[in-house]
Structure formats: structure tokens, C-alpha cells
Ligand binder design. Structure first.
Ligand SMILES: Cc1cc2nc3c(=O)[nH]c(=O)nc-3n(C[C@H](O)[C@H](O)[C@H](O)COP(=O)(O)OP(=O)(O)OC[C@H]3O[C@@H](n4cnc5c(N)ncnc54)[C@H](O)[C@@H]3O)c2cc1C
Length: 379
């Protein structure tokens, strides 16, 4: 089993250790699932994670708060066993993040469904012309009697095509740029919403481009205050960016476990590969990167759980470092496997594909560097 010694760090309470042990048992019994049909696998995983009680932690109902350490522990553990299981859990949390943080009691009714695994959630921010540059959001929401008429396109939307409910970000025009956006709760069966494209990637999961054509949402669909959509998105990312780091950490731990097993078993020049100093040096570097990632991820999560109003700098450091380090750890695990490392279907080959997108979504690495530099420079 992967190293669990980090659970004794002071960031955690007994309830976290109990949860990690219970989830480890659950994963050993239920994961990985068959990924052959990605949509079906994701639907099944959401339902399984709901039945197992794990999705309860993905959202916060009235009077509850998200526990970021729990979110991180769950993502790290699921990612170590099955990347798609991590994805299925993460999107229930991110998709409903605006509702958990800012939703009305009526909007929070959706949380009952996403937290029991009977509805699938999605977060629709990116557009063909605005990814890193959220201020360039062009999807337009215009006031009409009783609500909002919405026109525009969203792309790269995880769970697009299988989601039951989306949180949609659109321009409502209170101010220019990022200050004129609002967030809306958009059920998937809203007339005027269509899926115009399904996107394939190197590590398949459900992704789509959406089009809103003269779609009308009621006044009650608005999440938070009109014009504060950017604030909503950033508050959600403040929580979930650390969890992307946690998923990367899970992938990296799995890669190290696979590498350690391989170098102990593989014999070269009559001795185990693990006996060679150069190999030991690589294993040591992998171990250090993993512990440094864990320290940054759980520092950010602990700070948020302990009342820090914003953890933008800590979350950006956690995401940047853990995702970049995981890429390096996984690359070394592939290298230590030799030809078997690039064999289609091997564990390290799939980790090599899984990790890549984490350095791009929820703020690409260079965007995280800008956020960190701004904090360090005091601007
Ligand atoms: C697998 C996957 C899942 C996704 N899921 C979702 C989702 O569920 N919901 C959603 O809304 N979006 C989602 N996205 C979209 C994702 O958030 C964007 O891809 C990301 O924000 C980058 O935007 P972009 O692709 O338009 O790249 P661009 O904004 O064009 O950026 C390209 C590159 O330019 C560089 N760059 C950009 N800005 C700066 C800067 N200011 N300074 C220096 N360098 C910079 C970075 O290297 C960056 O990688 C997903 C993307 C992927 C790949």
C-alpha cells in the first residue's frame, strides 16, 4: 500500500484518518471500474460514490461547510486507484461548488441529488475565446421579465453531455471585464441548451461544447449577486485548486509504488535494478517531490479549513508544485519501466496521460505562477 505516514502530520484530525482508512478499503473492493465506455463508466462511478457515502463530502448544505482536507484526501486516494473515479468525485464538488458556497436554500435542493449520486454536475466557465482570460467571457445574459435570456457557447466542459445540471457563467454587464459576470444554475433539460460537440482527449473523460440559444432562465437561477460571478468562480477555485494538487499527488504516489515494485523485481547484470545507485537517486527524488507536494496541498487545505478567508497563494502553490512534480515523478516511473512503461494499458502509461491536463485546467501552471508572484511581490 502507498505511504500513509503523512496522515500523522498535524494537519489532520482523527476523523480524517478514519475516513482515509475507510476509503482505502472501499477503493480496494470497488476500483478500478471498466473504462471502455467513458460516459457509462462515469455514470456508474457517480452512482457508486453516492451509494458509498463519499459524495456527501462533495458539497455543503445549509449550515454546513466544505472540509478541504477531506476533499483532498478523497481525491488523492481515488486518483491513486482510478483516475476516472477521482474525476467523477471532483466534478460533483466543482460543478456544485458555487451552490455549496453561495446557493439559496432552493438551489441547494440540487445538492441532495449530486451528493447522493442521483444527478451529475458540471461547471461551465471556459469559452472558445476565453480560457485563462476569464474577463473575455462573451456568453451574454440579458434581463427579460422574470429572468434572463442567454446566448453563447461554452467549451471544454467536463461532464458536458452527461450532466443533469450545470453552473453557467455569463456576462450580465454591470461593469466591464471580469466585474460584469454572473453565475446561474442551469438544469440540462432547459430549452435552448444543446451539445454541439463532444471532445476526445488523451485521457478520456466526458467533455463537450455547449450552445445556449435564446435560453431563458428564471430569476431564481442567479447564484449570488448579479455582477459577482467572477468572485463566485474565484472563491470556488480557492477551494478546488488545492484538490487538483491532491489528485496529482495521488497519481504520483501510484507511479512511485509502481516504480518501486518494478525496480525491486527487475534484474539487470545479475542484480535488482533497485540496487543501483543512480536508480536509488531517482527514487529518492520522486519521494522528496511527493512529500513536498503533500506538504503544500495539505497546508493549503488546513489553512482554508481553519478559517483563512482566502488561500489564493497557498492553493496556487499547491496546484502548481504538485501537478508539475507529479508529471516529473510519473515520467521517471515510465523511464524505470523501460519499454513496458510505454506499453498501452500499463498503469504508468495511463498515469502519463492522466496527469497532463491537470497542468492546464483550473488555471494553467503559468497562470498559477502569476498569482504566486503577485502575492510574493505584494501587488
Ligand atoms: C481535460 C480538461 C477539462 C476541462 N474542464 C473544464 C470544465 O469543467 N469547465 C470549464 O469551464 N473549463 C474546463 N476546462 C478548460 C480549462 O480550464 C482551460 O483549458 C484553461 O483555463 C486554459 O484555457 P485555454 O485552453 O483557453 O488556454 P489559453 O487561455 O489559450 O492558454 C494557453 C496557454 O497560454 C499560457 N498562458 C495563458 N495565460 C497566460 C498568462 N496570463 N501568462 C502567461 N502565460 C499564460 C499558458 O501556458 C496556457 O496553458 C478543461 C480543460 C481540459 C483540458
Amino acid at each position: 500500500m502507498a505511504d500513509q505516514s503523512f496522515l500523522s502530520w498535524p494537519f489532520f484530525e482523527d476523523r480524517h484518518r478514519a475516513l482515509a482508512a475507510a476509503l482505502e478499503n472501499w477503493c480496494a473492493k470497488h476500483l478500478p471500474v471498466d473504462h471502455h465506455d467513458t460516459d457509462a463508466a462515469c455514470r456508474r462511478l457517480v452512482s457508486m460514490l453516492g451509494d458509498g457515502g463519499w459524495l456527501r463530502h462533495s458539497g455543503a448544505g445549509v449550515g454546513e461547510a466544505l472540509d478541504v482536507r477531506t476533499l483532498c484526501l478523497i481525491r488523492e486516494t481515488l486518483a491513486r486507484h482510478d483516475g476516472l473515479a477521482d474525476f467523477a468525485f471532483a466534478m460533483q464538488g466543482l460543478g456544485m461548488g458555487p451552490v455549496s458556497l453561495f446557493g439559496t436554500p432552493e438551489q441547494r435542493a440540487w445538492l441532495d441529488r449530486t451528493r447522493s449520486g442521483t444527478a451529475i454536475a458540471a461547471f461551465a466557465l471556459t469559452e472558445p475565446g476565453s480560457g485563462s482570460d476569464v474577463a473575455a467571457t462573451a456568453t451574454l445574459a440579458e434581463r427579460v421579465p422574470g429572468g434572463w435570456r442567454i446566448n453563447g457557447d461554452k467549451t471544454w466542459i467536463s461532464n458536458g453531455g452527461i450532466a443533469d445540471v450545470y453552473v453557467l457563467f455569463a456576462r450580465t454587464g454591470e461593469a466591464p471585464g471580469a466585474r460584469g459576470l454572473s453565475a446561474f444554475l442551469m438544469p440540462a433539460d432547459t430549452p435552448g441548451l444543446s451539445i454541439t460537440e463532444r471532445l476526445d482527449t488523451i485521457a478520456p473523460h466526458p467533455l463537450a461544447t455547449l450552445r445556449m440559444t435564446d435560453m431563458v432562465l428564471p430569476e431564481t437561477a442567479l447564484i449570488g449577486t448579479a455582477g459577482e460571478g467572477f468572485k463566485v468562480a474565484m472563491a470556488v477555485l480557492d477551494v478546488f485548486r488545492s484538490t487538483v494538487g491532491a489528485a496529482a499527488l495521488g497519481f504520483a504516489r501510484r507511479a512511485l509504488d509502481e516504480a518501486v515494485a518494478r525496480v525491486k523485481a527487475r534484474r539487470i547484470q545479475g542484480a535488482a535494478l533497485a540496487g543501483m545507485q543512480m536508480v536509488q537517486g531517482h527514487i529518492a527524488d520522486m519521494g522528496v517531490k511527493i512529500d513536498a507536494s503533500a506538504l503544500l496541498v495539505y497546508r493549503a487545505a488546513w489553512a482554508k479549513d481553519n478559517g483563512a478567508p482566502r488561500v489564493t497563494r497557498e492553493a496556487a502553490m499547491a496546484k502548481l508544485y504538485a501537478t508539475e512534480a507529479a508529471q516529473e515523478v510519473i515520467d521517471m516511473a515510465v523511464q524505470l519501466h523501460g519499454g513496458d512503461g510505454v506499453r498501452t494499458g500499463s498503469v504508468v502509461e495511463s498515469l502519463y496521460r492522466e496527469i497532463r491536463a491537470l497542468r492546464i485546467y483550473e488555471g494553467a501552471s503559468d497562470v498559477q505562477r502569476m498569482v504566486i508572484a503577485r502575492a510574493v511581490l505584494g501587488g
